[in-house]
Design a protein around this ligand. Structure first.
Ligand SMILES: Nc1ncnc2c1ncn2[C@@H]1O[C@H](COP(=O)(O)OP(=O)(O)OP(=O)(O)O)[C@@H](O)[C@H]1O
Length: 570
């Protein structure tokens, strides 16, 4: 009962499914009766009895032929009606349970997978559950009818049907399940190769590596084809075993009923062959069920995932203090922690810079402060309330910023900016662009702010795209502004000037992840500099404190200063 509740199956759905199965079983039984009666009629007619002895059978054949067609049509209607009605309500429940995951980095993938998982359920009910119910009903009635003519033949028929309808499908499910598990890594590998071939087509062509990449993808595709062929051969062998079972049982029934009249033997034998036609497709249905079971498990997990605690929906009114305590992050599939044991205290207005070599965890800190990655240890609080307890829309005006991989939408410059502040006037949009170092760039575009950017901002340069993301962050004007290398790629002097104007416009707390140290030399600009390496804090303090202590920061500062003076000498 609990399982049915989880799946949202109502009593009405079960009744409709049973009704559809009943109609379908009726259709199959009508087909079997037609086959047997026709066989009986042919053989009896060969004995040339008076026509009156055949009248009932003749009428029965006509009636059964009509009944079979009508019931099959009704079964299609009833089966699809119940499944589509049930899936309608299931879809709503699945999408509702997806809502809390909408902020996940791969939320789009999650949605796409949920859509195909729910579709797989339709297949599972129509092509697995319904045929199994129909086969069980048809088999049972046939065995009972045969038992009236010959109880021993009925026993043999029951045993044959159990093997064909239960034994073979179980074997088939086991073979397909094992094959799907074996194939999963190859599937993932092929998908990764395909994505690289498509997304990296230009680079592969430029470096002459296309043939090699194609070869790698083809090797995986061949391996996958071999695995598919192996499991298909095994399932086909089961199909062949089913046919041997079908004709073996029919022969046994024929021999066991040998002392009955010829037409009855023919009716029983053909009926036996016919009822196997209902049971044998279950071998294929079980294989389908095994393939769909991963989808069913995922939908089940989604439906049973604990609902997130209802957090404050209101944006904190007062000025916020963000605190990270013992913050650790480990990405799925990674052994080592991307971040560990980070403590940050960010009262409103504090400005800190995160510095460190590439891969040291700077972006991970920003993602964790935005709640985009799940901490593996410790956590982040906003005014003492866990970050995860807030509804995302409540936090948006409080903490946001410009991330390195921020998306630029395939729409106009205006729409891209209005995302941050829907009520902004064109003058505000232009001001944000100017602060982000774009100057009067929008006015120089073919249609000004109305110019449509390509997919993921393909129609603008990388630097312009980055500054557009920065302008969007400035327009949002959050209490806590997170900036990930906001001016990387700009000529250093211009970049420093843009950063200065961004810091001057920012109203509250700022967390800046940066490689460039020159802007940090201004002691008034940053209260603290945190140096990360391998996800751990290795130094923290003001610029003056850090340059005087041996270590990454002092070394980098000297290297940067010598580059600057060399450039000045030139
Ligand atoms: N989505 C992810 N999945 C798995 N590992 C990740 C993911 N994002 C980052 N990492 C790993 O986490 C570590 C920290 O990465 P992060 O991007 O935070 O470093 P970073 O200091 O910002 O680097 P950079 O200066 O190059 O941007 C790296 O080892 C990186 O490979």
């Amino acid at each position: 009962m609990r399982t049915l509740r989880i799946w949202g199956v109502e009593r009405g759905d079960l009744r409709s499914l049973a009704f559809a199965a009943l109609i379908a079983a009726g259709g199959e039984l009508a087909g079997l009766a037609l086959l047997s009666t026709a066989a009986w009629l042919l053989l009896r007619a060969a004995e040339q009895p008076p026509i009156a002895a055949l009248t009932v059978a003749i009428v029965a054949v006509r009636t059964l032929a009509l009944l079979r067609g009508t019931l099959r049509y009704a079964e299609r209607l009833a089966g699809h009606w119940v499944v589509l009605r049930y899936l309608g309500s299931l879809r709503t429940r699945v999408y509702e349970s997806l809502v809390p995951h909408r902020n996940q980095a791969h939320g789009g993938d999650l949605l796409a997978r949920a859509v195909s998982d729910v579709d797989a359920m339709q297949d599972a009910v129509l092509r697995c559950v319904l045929p199994a119910l129909v086969a069980a009903g048809t088999g049972l009635v046939t065995v009972i009818v045969v038992a009236f003519a010959s109880p021993v033949a009925a026993l043999v028929l029951a045993a044959g049907l159990a093997l064909a309808g239960i034994g073979l499908p179980m074997l088939s499910a086991r073979i397909t399940g094992a094959a799907a598990r074996d194939r999963a890594p190859s599937h993932a590998e092929l998908a990764a190769h395909t994505v690289e071939l498509v997304r990296g087509a230009d680079e592969l062509a430029v470096f002459g590596a296309r043939e090699r990449a194609l070869g790698n993808a083809n090797r995986v595709a061949d391996r996958l084809a071999r695995q598919d062929k192996r499991s298909a051969a095994r399932v086909s062998a089961l199909g062949a075993a089913g046919m041997v079972l079908q004709f073996g049982t029919a022969l046994a029934v024929c021999l066991l009923a040998a002392d009955l009249a010829g037409p009855t033997i023919a009716a029983l034998t053909l009926g036996t062959i016919g009822v196997f036609e209902v049971a044998l497709p279950l071998t294929g249905a079980a294989a389908r069920w095994a393939e769909a079971s991963a989808s069913l498990r995922r939908v089940h997990d989604l439906l049973t995932a604990p609902a997130p605690r209802p957090g404050p929906r209101q944006t904190p009114e007062e000025l916020v203090r963000v605190v990270a305590t013992g913050l650790g992050v480990r990405y799925p599939g990674r052994e080592e922690h991307a971040l560990s044991g980070l403590d940050l205290d960010l009262p409103y207005g504090k400005r800190i810079a995160l510095v460190g070599p590439s891969g040291s965890g700077k972006s991970t800190v920003l993602h964790a402060l935005l709640g985009l990655v799940e901490p593996s240890a410790g956590g982040v609080t906003v005014n003492g309330v866990a970050l995860g307890a807030f509804a995302p829309e409540a936090l948006a005006p409080v903490i946001s910023g410009a991330l390195a991989d921020a998306h630029v939408f395939h729409t106009t410059v205006r729409e891209n900016l209005l995302l941050a502040k829907p009520s902004a006037t064109d003058a505000e949009l232009r001001a944000a662009c100017a602060t982000a170092g774009l100057g009067d760039w929008p006015d120089g575009l073919p249609a000004g702010l109305g110019t449509v950017l390509g997919a993921d901002g393909a129609a603008v340069s990388g630097g312009q795209r980055q500054r557009l993301v920065l302008a969007r962050a400035m327009l949002a004007n959050p209490q806590v502004l997170l900036l990930d290398e906001p001016v990387e790629g700009l000529e250093p002097a211009t970049g420093d000037a843009v950063l200065r104007s961004v810091l001057a416009e920012a109203r509250g707390t700022v967390v800046l992840a940066t490689h460039r140290l020159a802007p940090l030399a201004d002691e008034r600009a940053f209260d603290e500099i945190v140096v990360l390496d391998n996800g751990k804090v290795i130094q923290r303090g003001s610029h003056r404190e850090l340059v005087n202590v041996q270590g990454y920061y002092a070394d980098r500062w000297r290297a940067e200063a010598s580059l600057v003076s060399a450039a000045a000498r030139r």
